[in-house]
Structures are given as C-alpha cells and as structure tokens.
Design a protein around this ligand. Structure first.
Ligand SMILES: *[C@@H]1O[C@H](CO)[C@@H](O)[C@H](O)[C@H]1NC(C)=O
Length: 696
C-alpha cells in the first residue's frame, strides 16, 4: 500500500512540472517577434509581443509538447503583415501552416528548420523560394500554391528525398524544371499547374508519382511513358504531337547530356526534317543526310570540348570544377540562383552577368559556361524589382532623428551607418551610401541583387530608399557591434572576456559559411571585396553576420587597404574570389592574435600582421607567443594549431594556391568536431561548454 502511494505521489510530481513548464525561451521570443510583425492582431488570442508562456497559456494555433512548440496553425485567420525573422529558432516545430492570410512580400529566409509540413499557400508571396527550404531534409509536404512566386525555380530539391507532396500550382514560375526534381524519390503528388514552366517533364519520369498536374504551362516534348498510367492532368501545354517515339525511356538525365539534341527536337525545323525523312523513305539522300548530321554533331561536340577546356584554363584561378563544390554544396545546390529572373516584370533588361561589377571578366566566362549547358535559357532576362520594402526619406529621417550624430553607429568606405527606430519600436540599421553620382537604376539593380542574398550569417536587407538623390539601405540591426569593436575597442576585463576560444572559432566558421554561400552557392558568384572585422557584426549570441554583401561595386580599389588585401590586389588591382579568401585569412589571424591587420603603433617588423605572423604559423612555440593575451592561455593547443594551418593556406601570396571557401568551411568543421571528440574522451573543459553550437 505504502509503496503504491509513494509511486502515485511521484507520478503526480513528475506530471505537474511538465504541464506548467515554462515554454522554451527561444520559442517564446520567436513567437513574440512573429506576433509583433503581424501587427499584434486580435485574432491571435492569448498571444503577446513580449514574454508569456505559449504552451501553458494555450496560445491560438500553437501546439506544444513539453516545453517546446511543435505545431503552428494560423491558417485562414485574416492575418496580414510579416511572420518575423526569427522562426529558425523554432527547432521542434514540425508543422507550420499560415496559409490563406495576406503575408505579402517574400517568404522569409528564416523558417523552422525541422519541418515536415509547410503550408504557405495563398499568402500573397512574391519573389522566389528561400534557400532555407532546400535544407529541410524532413520535409514531407510543401505547399506554396496560389502566390505570385516568379522566376526560375532554384535547383534546390536535392536533399528533399522525404517529400511526398509538392504543390507549386498557380504561381508565375518560369524556366525548365530543375534537374534536382529527379531526386524527389518519395514524391507521390505533384501539382505544377498554372505556371509558365517550359521544357520537357522528363526529370519526373522515374519518380513514384500517383497524381501529377502539369496543366496550363508551356511544357513541350513528350510525356515520358512511365507517367502515362498515373492520374495525370496535362492540358494547356505545347506537347509534341508528332508520331516520333519519345526519347529513350529511363533517361531523364538526357536533358543535360544530349543538350543540343533535345531542344532541337522541339524545334519546328527539326520536326520538319524528320517528317520529310519518313515520307521519302531511306534512300541515298537520307544516308548522305545521316553522314552529314554525324559530321555536324561531331564538329559541335568538338567545339564544345575545346571551348570548355579553354574556359577551364581561364577559370582555373577559381577552380570551378565540380569537386570544389562537392564537399559542402552538392551539385544541385550549386545552381541555386538567388538572383532571380522573372519574365513577369517588365523592367529593363540586361545580362545576368552584369549584376556584378563588369571588371571581373573571368566571372563572365564562368556564367557563360553555366548557361551554355542550358540552351533554353535566354541570355537576356528581365530583372524583378527588389524583394525589399521601399522606404521614403521622410520615414528614415524620423527614425534616425534626422541622421543625428547620436545615432551614427559606424562609418566605412561605402557609407555611414545609423541606428534607426521606427514608431512601432522596430530597430534597424540604415546605411547611407556615399553616392558617387551613381545612376539610380544601378542602385536599384544593386539592391535587387542584395535583397536576394539570404543566409543565416549574412546581414539581411530589409529595405531601401532611393529618393531625392539619396541612396539608403535598411538592414537588420545587431546589438553587439562588430568583431572589430569586440577585439580592439573593449577594455580587457570587460567584453573581450566573452571572446573565448570557442567563440572565435564559431565566428570564423560562420563567416566562412557566409563567404562560401556568396562564392559557391550564388550563381553568378558574388565577390565581397571588403572582408574585414568591421564588416562582421555580432548578435547577442555572438553569431557572426557578414555585412556589405553585394556592395562590391561601391568599393573602389583604393579602399582596399588596412592590411586585408592580398599582394595581387595591391600590385595589379586584380581582385578575384581568392582575394576574398586572403582577406578572410587575415581576419582569422586577427581573431587568433587580437591584433589589428595594420598597426602603426607597433615596431616596424610587427606593423603588418600577415608579414609578421605568417612565417611563424607552423611553429608551435612561436604560435603560443602570438596568440591573443586576452585568452589568458585558455585554448586547446591542437585546435589553435589547426586554426593556424587554415590561416596559412588562406594568406598564401599566390591566389591560385589558396583554398576555396568550401574547403575552409570543411577544415573548420573538422576542427570543431575533433575538439568535441577529444573533449569527450579526455574530459578537458575549455572555457564555456557549448561546442554543439558550431556543429553543421
Ligand atoms: C490548420 O487549420 C485548418 C482549419 O482551421 C485546417 O484545415 C488545416 O488542415 C490545419 N493545418 C494543419 C497542418 O493541421
């Protein structure tokens, strides 16, 4: 009897705390931000814009398990506004449904990362799908139907092998179906109707589809035989009606391999000739025709091979070969195009390659190569206006108190940065571009490019202002200032204490990931041109956010001083992505030593950080003397020496020997993983624990 009572009491005790448990604070703050961005609507009963306890208080549409939020369903509540920039901290949410509300603008980059169901249907979204969706490996159900999503669909489906239902219907998507569709190995239901997709549907041939709707697009070619016996809606396209058999079954990849043959088969003239061949029968003329065709095809192949080889040579410096991308960004991701093309918007046309400063010619060749593989994509595209809010000068003037000196938080070569606070309490950073008499069209083009960069380690552009000759950019605001401030401006016993070794590695890794994204995920790749500690902003958890991305055109060669630029830049003004890698190496050196890249207050031999430090990076004793004294000797020796090894690779004088950023990321991830492992086995506690935060 007594043991039973005891047991019951224990059960009660175990139960009570889980029921009244406070909701996880990061979940609460994400929901607070969401509520605020939706303008605190009354429909969301019990919700609050500051604090509260969603799980215990039964917030409308929120489901919890224990102290974590697991489901959010705000479908059809007549909401309007944004859903916030903090949703990625909702790591236990598996189902997120905000369909049938007016949430305008573009789908936020920051979404709960472990979703199984995502429903953003009928939300008024424009722009393109955010890259973050490509990382949701648990996703089973994705619905973005009934928005105004436009442009070519990014090749972002390579990791979504769990996805069973994909609904992209009734949007304005253009271009061919992405190659990575063929990797949707669980897809049973796919709704692509009412878009403007072009090309064939061959990439769908080997998927386990039961229901497929491709109606009302601009598809051509033949329906693959594998798809003939499923529930298929295909009206409203330009299917090839010719009697010729479809391309050999089971070769969805032929679109790439036989690039020249396939589009040709949709081409009326090609059709005509094949029909003609059939009518006249196989005579001497036909045989001569075949011989000529073989010769022509051979010549074309030879031409492409030669062209490719010469490209490789000129692009050598950047190593655009697949293997450089392989470790971190698998092939499909590489082709992600944050710079979205839209045929819907009738603004000025120009070549995609021109989004970057035109001086970098080798990049142009890189683009050419990419495009030569997809002959259907036109060279000229319409570029949509920025996916960012347009502010008036008056708005920003009020928010910054007329750009008062009190609100000045930074000043760099590209402009001054002010803290701005809007009436609703939202705080942002406003960058006032030092206008070089630039044309405002160029500014809008630049803003368009920047507004499509989305990465957790890149400062997010919120809006812009182009009025009365002013050029302003509105960014998210970070409380902790820049890495430069933290390393060089804090008093020794105050802030720099928080920069323990693990945090320094975390900052290096996050920044490396941002650069990897710019160089290797974005296409055409984006050169930063201004990597330095003042451009690495830190949030409250000291996560790095790289600023000034996409502003390379504002950085003149003369600005690249201060000890960050590689020898090739100072000598010949040749700036490549490998020059970014060098500057990144200098920044890592700054993290390791706590010294400025150029410090005139030091002795001549020690003024240039790289020149002083680089020759000693492989010498353990010298390294121990170089390391930032603020660390007070608290660092794992192995980790320090591996960090130094990465620096040594990045600051090599010859650009072609410097690693690609994906290799740097890989090396830093390995460093972190090994540190975790040795920590587990040896049990050495180094600084604060919290290594998991840098796990990929
Ligand atoms: C969300 O709620 C709506 C009705 O309010 C329902 O139709 C829908 O299925 C729900 N979504 C999820 C994912 O449960």
């Amino acid at each position: 009897m007594a043991p039973l009572m005891f047991f019951i009491i224990i059960i009660i005790f175990l139960h009570v705390p889980t029921n009244t448990a406070n909701t996880d604070p990061s979940d609460v703050s994400a929901l607070n931000a969401m509520y605020q961005n939706l303008n605190s609507p009354g429909q969301l009963t019990k919700w609050s814009s500051a604090g509260g306890d969603p799980c215990a208080e039964n917030w409308k549409g929120v489901t919890c398990s224990g102290s974590r939020v697991t489901e959010i369903n705000l479908s059809s509540l007549g909401l309007s506004g944004g859903i916030g920039f903090q949703l990625s901290s909702l790591t236990s949410v598996t189902s997120f449904d905000v369909s049938n509300n007016y949430l305008g603008n573009q789908i936020p980059y920051s979404l709960p990362p472990n979703l199984q169901r995502l429903n953003l249907a009928n939300c008024g979204y424009s722009g393109n799908l955010p890259y973050s969706i490509s990382q949701m490996t648990s996703l089973k159900f994705l619905n973005v139907a009934g928005n105004q999503i436009s442009g070519q669909l990014p090749d972002m489906f390579g990791k979504l092998s769990a996805l069973t239902t994909l609904d992209l219907s009734s949007n304005s998507m253009t271009g061919d179906l992405p190659e990575s569709f063929s990797l949707l190995s669980s897809a049973t239901d796919m709704y692509l109707q009412n878009n403007q997709f072009t090309g064939t549907i061959d990439v769908l041939a080997n998927l386990p589809l039961k229901n497929l709707n491709v109606a009302n697009n601009k598809f051509s070619g033949w329906v693959p035989s594998q798809l003939r016996n499923i529930n298929l809606q295909k009206d409203g396209n330009s299917w090839n009606s010719g009697p010729a058999p479809p391309p050999p079954p089971g070769t969805p990849a032929a679109g790439r391999g036989g690039q020249n043959r396939q589009p040709g088969s949709n081409n009326p003239s090609a059709d005509g000739s094949s029909d003609g061949g059939k009518k006249s029968g196989v005579g001497g003329g036909a045989i001569a025709g075949i011989v000529i065709s073989i010769l022509v095809v051979g010549a074309i192949i030879a031409f492409f091979l030669l062209k490719k080889r010469s490209k490789k040579k000129s692009a050598d410096i950047e190593r655009t070969d697949d293997h450089t991308f392989a470790p971190v960004a698998p092939h499909p991701v590489k082709e992600m195009k944050p710079v979205q093309a839209s045929s819907m918007v009738d603004t000025k046309t120009f070549e995609i390659a021109n989004l970057k400063p035109p001086s970098f010619d080798h990049h142009k060749s890189f683009d050419d190569e990419e495009f030569s593989a997809i002959p259907v994509v036109p060279k000229k595209v319409h570029v949509a206006p920025p996916d960012a809010t347009s502010y008036s000068v008056a708005d920003l003037q009020i928010a910054t108190n007329s750009f008062s000196a009190d609100n000045l938080i930074g000043e760099g070569s590209t402009g001054r940065v002010f803290r701005a606070e809007f009436e609703d309490g939202k705080v942002v950073a406003v960058k006032k571009i030092v206008s070089s008499g630039g044309v405002s069209d160029d500014f809008i083009d630049m803003v368009s490019g920047v507004s499509r960069l989305h990465h957790p380690n890149i400062t997010e552009l919120i809006g812009y202002c182009s009025e009365h000759g002013q050029q302003l950019l509105v960014y998210e605001f970070f409380n902790n200032g820049s890495l430069y401030d933290l390393l060089h401006l804090s008093d020794e016993y105050n802030n720099s204490k928080s920069l323990i070794w693990n945090t320094r590695v975390k900052i290096a890794l996050g920044t490396a990931r941002a650069l990897e994204y710019l160089h290797e995920v974005c296409s055409p790749s984006v050169i930063h041109k201004n990597i330095k500690s003042t451009n690495i902003l830190l949030d409250l958890e000291l996560n790095p956010h790289l600023s000034d991305c996409g502003l390379a055109s504002l950085v003149s060669d003369a600005d690249q001083t201060g000890g960050y630029s590689g020898p090739e830049v100072s000598m010949s003004g040749q700036y490549t992505i490998k020059s970014d890698v060098y500057s990144f190496g200098v920044t890592m050196l700054e993290l390791l030593t706590g010294r400025k890249p150029f410090d005139s207050s030091r002795t001549r031999a020690e003024q240039s950080l790289v020149r002083w430090a680089a020759p000693q990076l492989h010498d353990m004793d010298a390294l121990a003397k170089m390391v930032d004294p603020a660390l007070k000797g608290l660092y794992p020796v192995k980790s320090l020496s591996r960090f130094a090894d990465v620096i040594a690779l990045c600051v090599q004088p010859e650009p072609e020997f410097r690693p690609a950023m994906s290799e740097v990321v890989e090396a830093l991830v390995r460093l972190v993983q090994r540190a975790n492992m040795s920590k587990r086995t040896v049990g050495v506690e180094q600084g604060r624990s919290g290594n998991q935060e840098f796990m990929p």
